[in-house]
Write a protein that binds this ligand. Sequence first.
Ligand SMILES: Nc1ncnc2c1ncn2[C@@H]1O[C@H](COP(=O)(O)OP(=O)(O)OP(=O)(O)O)[C@@H](O)[C@H]1O
Length: 322
Amino acid sequence: MMTVIAARELRKEFTVRVRQGRLRRARRTVAAVDGVDLAIARGEMVGYIGPNGAGKSTTLKMLTGVLTPSGGEVSVCGLSPVRQRTRLARRIGVVFGQRTQLWWDLPLRDSYDLLRHIYRVPAAEHAARLRRCRSLLDLDEFLDIPVRQLSLGQRMRGELTAALLHGPEVLFLDEPTIGLDVVSKQAVRGFLAELGAGGDVTLMLTTHDLADIEKLCRRLLVIDHGRVVHDGTIEALHARYGSRRRVVVELEEPLAAPPEVPGATLVTAGPLRLEYDLTGATAGELLARLAGLAFRDLSIVEPDIEDVVARLYTGAPVTDAP
Ligand SMILES: Nc1ncnc2c1ncn2[C@@H]1O[C@H](COP(=O)(O)OP(=O)(O)OP(=O)(O)O)[C@@H](O)[C@H]1O
């Protein structure tokens, strides 16, 4: 396993001035990133999530050499992001939703030409990558329009392309789908999934849209108050928070008493609707128990990652594990 993104005890403190009374202002130090350890291997796709102000963007800025850490160690592609920022820039791609690396008054096509010269990419390589982006991200209809006239979704597709034309090994994305409509979100996710499938590009992305994570990331890092509070798969998060699959049964006629099923907890018992949480039994075992009933409809509801993450953010207690 080759580690391409590594951090140990990474910290960033900001000094902020807080108003105290009418005239006095006190200085206070806040730790935006408060001791983060990271080890991300080549080819991994990692989601970096957390509530507003958790420290996600600050972490990405330190990994990309935009901000100098206040403490700890960090290396990306074996380089020190701040000291070796120019060398690192050739090896990574960065998309920060709020900032642009495109020239506002130029069409995308010209920006891409300039980027080719800046990064000194061989013409054939550049052309091949651009061709692929054009087809996967449907760029052709707006390739010749000045960037400032593009819609957000079009610009985001243009930004992704710009970040990739020099063939980076690592891609950092800060909110790549923010503000996009459903179709553009799907285009961007599909593109990133395809990019990750090759196994060569390492991808780290922040998002508030958990569907991004579910579609793209095997691994999830959750940060809160500058510290990593979960590092693992989505399944591990569900297991940790005791979220369960639920079986919903719609009945043809009311029952005298809903059946008790070992390994399943009855959470709703309406006259025509039963809901069981699977605490030990499998869905198949539950259905075998209910086989004699006349039911109209039946569905299995997967645990909702939004719920789990909301509980994680609010520090709500973990439900009793099965
Ligand atoms: N330049 C700065 N000066 C002072 N405080 C800052 C600065 N940049 C960030 N902070 C503070 O650091 C903390 C972390 O901010 P950061 O932008 O990393 O959060 P985030 O997880 O990316 O949040 P969001 O989801 O809202 O984008 C916040 O409390 C923020 O107010």
